[in-house]
Design a protein. Structure first.
Length: 445
């Protein structure tokens, strides 16, 4: 797999061959041309690479070539190679839309570093276009579980596999990681998508009313009650019941939930006959339940009953490759919902997202997108480096900088240590120190 496609244009055969060899050794896929007018035939709005061109050429000079390229795609990165006397001309080219200029003689690292940044910019630009132009997703799984990183693709595969079965599911993940969306995707892909999907947040129910809310009651169950009430569980008959924050349920309620799961029926308070549910159960928890079982705060038999399948949702801090696409999707959704124009988002802004931890996960990212649409954008969390001792602030800055560079270069270690001015060994040691893994920053194929 190459690091990027480069359209190289230079009328000097020796220079063209030398640059081609240099770039190919650095992992780039090079298409070399002697004449710019012929190179134009390869370039269109969706051209997947960048252009590197000499500025002094017969038939068509670099500025004319630049204008012709940008007329086909104004966002195409074009790097111009100039002689010493052409610097004023190159500065003019920057004003006309060139991405960069390299003055002869130049070190190979200067050119390849500029090309690497241009290739990443092009990749993000085309990804933004694809996301903006794509039709609304018909697949409920892709619509509800956003992202394309390896971790998320594996979760989607598991959801698609288990959705058609009758298995109950436990979804574990920090706040804001999308547990309810995963549950809704399972329901949408099941054999009962037209039946009720009932969400019950066990942490939000009044402690003295939990059983009445869940199971309901018949007339006379409480003093002064002349009518019964249908419980929330019964509202989901034939459908799917999402027990959000099941770890918050009191032990007495856990015992009754276990009976409901085993019998697939609910017994309203003071009733003599149970009501059949024929429902599937999906439970969620912000924390692993095994430690709660060890402390006696959660029933082991209930845990075994609700987790024949467990989905572990990763936090955004482990999904750097997904961040640009997720943020753009949230911006588009917020612009539609608020009836406001969609703001332009430069690729550099998207690259900076990967340097943050996003402790609030999807909710925090969504809030940041909405603030951007409203014109109330705030500094990204952690962006000012405040809080903690000087050593802690320096450590945080170092980690964020390395993470942002890894994301900007798609996980390429060579490009990362060159852009940061580090030795290879130094980068490896710092990544190990901060718990950064290269594979977390490699975009999906």
């Amino acid at each position: 797999m190459t690091d990027g496609l480069v359209l190289l244009v230079d009328d000097d055969e020796d220079i063209r061959d030398s640059l081609t060899q240099t770039l190919e050794l650095r992992g780039f896929d090079v298409a070399a041309h002697a004449r710019p007018d012929r190179a134009l035939d390869e370039v269109g709005p969706g051209y997947p690479g960048i252009v590197v061109s000499d500025i002094r050429m017969p038939r068509m000079d670099g500025l004319e070539f630049l204008d012709a390229l940008l007329s086909r795609d104004p966002e195409l990165p074009v790097i111009l190679i100039t002689g010493h006397g052409d610097v004023p001309l190159a500065v003019e080219a920057l004003g006309r839309g060139a991405y960069d200029f390299i003055e002869k003689p130049f070190a190979a690292e200067r050119l390849t570093s500029s090309i690497a940044r241009a290739v990443e910019k092009r990749r993000l630009t085309l990804e933004l276009r694809r996301l903006r132009e794509s039709e609304p997703l018909d697949d409920p799984l892709d619509r509800l579980v956003l992202g394309g990183s390896d971790r998320i693709q594996d979760i989607k595969r598991r959801i698609r596999t288990i959705a058609g079965s009758a298995l109950d599911v436990l979804v574990v993940g920090a706040t804001g990681t999308g547990k309810e969306h995963a549950a809704r995707a399972i329901h949408a892909l099941s054999d009962r998508p037209d039946r009720p999907f009932v969400t019950i947040n066990l942490a939000a129910l009044p402690p003295d009313r939990v059983e009445a809310e869940l199971f309901g009651y018949v007339a006379g169950a409480y003093p002064g009650t002349s009518r019964g009430r249908t419980g929330r569980l019964e509202h989901a008959r034939g459908g799917t019941i999402f027990l959000d924050e099941i770890s918050s349920a009191p032990l007495t309620v856990q015992a009754k939930l276990l009976r409901v799961l085993e019998d697939r029926a609910v017994l309203p308070l003071s009733a003599s006959e149970p009501v059949a549910l024929d429902a599937r159960f999906i439970a969620s928890s912000r924390v692993p339940l095994e430690p709660l079982v060890a402390r006696g705060a959660f029933r082991d038999d209930l845990l075994y009953r609700i987790n024949p399948v467990t989905l572990q949702l990763p936090p955004l801090a482990e999904r750097a490759a997904d961040l640009p696409g997720l943020f753009l999707a949230f911006v588009q959704a917020a612009a539609r919902r608020l009836n406001r124009p969609e703001p332009a988002i430069p690729p550099a802004r998207l690259m900076s997202l990967a340097g943050r931890d996003w402790p609030g996960n999807m909710r925090e990212l969504k809030n940041a997108a909405e603030l951007l649409v409203l014109g109330l954008e705030e500094p990204l969390p952690g962006g000012d480096g405040t809080g903690g001792t000087l050593a802690e602030r320096v450590d945080r800055f170092e980690r964020d900088t390395i993470a942002a560079a890894l994301a900007a270069h798609g996980g390429s270690l060579k490009d990362t240590y060159e852009s940061l001015g580090l030795a290879r060994k130094t980068l490896y040691e710092k990544m190990q120190k901060h718990g950064l893994k290269r594979e977390d920053f490699v975009p999906p194929a």
